[in-house]
Design a binder for this molecule. Structure first.
Ligand SMILES: Cc1ncc(COP(=O)(O)O)c(C=O)c1O
Length: 338
């Protein structure tokens, strides 16, 4: 069978389990969704007080303090998913030349193109060659879908070069919370640096639609105006405040994700599938037989994310949520002829 049809003109995404269930004619409840890089054991959301649903959110609700203790004191804006910032940030720049380290999360290029900028998608190794003519450089770290971690020292050097002439480095750190040592957080607030963070990946709260943008005050203020008042719902603010403050859960989750990611890499290798890169939340499997592999998994009700675009064809595989999921994945991998 061919791939699941995607909405026209939209960037394809993982997590479309209902479409997969319909396409492969397997009931929803049988599926194991490994098509996203979302932590399958997310932060446990407690019951919300009724007032949180009923009242407008207020800036003085304690979220600012929770953000400051997690992210530090740089100017920061909570947004309804880092995707909202991806859509809005390009509108803050006059027509610019933007380099996007690619292949990567396709929404970035789409948003900058839609806003009328000149977009160059460039390989990480070629950035130095292009940097002199760029106004903005965008890097996803760790990358999605390859999971590659970009050296902090290199990113900092590019920020400095760009900032010296009024340019900007944007780093999408949506997947970095399991490996915080790789973040540019220590430099947040410095000229020419914008960081994007998400509550959707490490915390596993993709449905809450909450993200954060850190950067120089001028950019944070302008973005706040662009996004408008009450953009983040009161329930999202309430949950974010508590999830950011739960340091014990964060420490245990970092350990578990590292362990599970290593387990996934080992399982793939044991079944003849080399996964040269990945991060704590998913592994990347480049393969000329990616379409076939995706179909093999789907026929057994496992949804992985297929990236058909050549020359980067491959699949991204997320972490199973429990032992039953690991067993199911192991059985399906054993049935694959690499
Ligand atoms: C690299 C990257 N950045 C940002 C996002 C947007 O995430 P959210 O809007 O849930 O914060 C995604 C979603 O998949 C992503 O892969």
């Amino acid at each position: 069978m061919a791939d699941i049809p995607q909405p026209r003109r939209a960037v394809p995404h993982g997590g479309r389990l209902r479409a997969a269930a319909h396409h492969w004619r397997i009931p929803l409840q049988h599926w194991l969704d490994l098509s996203t890089g979302i932590n399958p054991q997310g932060w446990p959301v407690p019951e919300l007080p009724a007032a949180v649903w009923q009242r407008l959110p207020e800036d003085e609700d304690g979220l600012v303090m929770a953000m400051t203790s997690y992210f530090g004191t740089a100017p920061i804006l909570p947004v309804p998913g880092s995707q909202a910032a991806i859509q809005s940030l390009p509108r803050l720049w006059a027509t610019s030349r933007i380099g996007i380290v690619s292949p990567t999360y396709a929404e970035h290029a789409r948003a900058w193109q839609r806003a009328g900028h000149v977009v160059r998608e460039i390989a990480f190794e070629d950035v130095d060659r292009h940097l002199p003519v760029l106004d903005v450089l965008l890097v996803v770290n760790p990358d999605n879908p390859t999971g590659s971690l970009r050296p902090r020292v290199q990113l900092e050097a590019w920020r400095e070069t760009l900032a010296a002439r009024g340019g900007c480095l944007i780093v999408d750190e949506a997947f970095i919370d399991a490996t915080p040592g790789h973040s540019l957080l220590a430099d947040a607030g410095r000229p020419g640096l914008v960081l994007l963070r998400s509550l959707g990946k490490f915390w596993g709260l993709a449905g809450v639609r909450c993200g954060f943008v850190l950067g120089p005050q001028t950019i944070i203020t302008a973005l706040g105006e662009e996004i408008g008042p009450w953009a983040l719902s009161h329930p999202a603010r309430w949950i974010a405040q508590r999830a950011l403050a739960d340091v014990a859960w964060q420490a245990a989750t970092r350990e578990r994700l590292q362990r599970d990611s290593a387990r996934l890499a080992d399982l793939l290798v044991a079944n003849g599938l080399a996964s040269p890169s990945g991060c704590a939340l998913f592994r990347w499997l480049p393969s000329s037989r990616a379409r076939e592999f995706h179909a093999h998994c789907a026929q057994h009700a496992i949804l992985v994310r297929h990236f058909p675009e050549l020359p980067h064809t491959g699949v991204r595989i997320g972490l199973p949520p429990d032992e039953a999921g690991w067993d199911k994945l192991a059985a399906v991998l054993q049935g694959w002829q690499p």
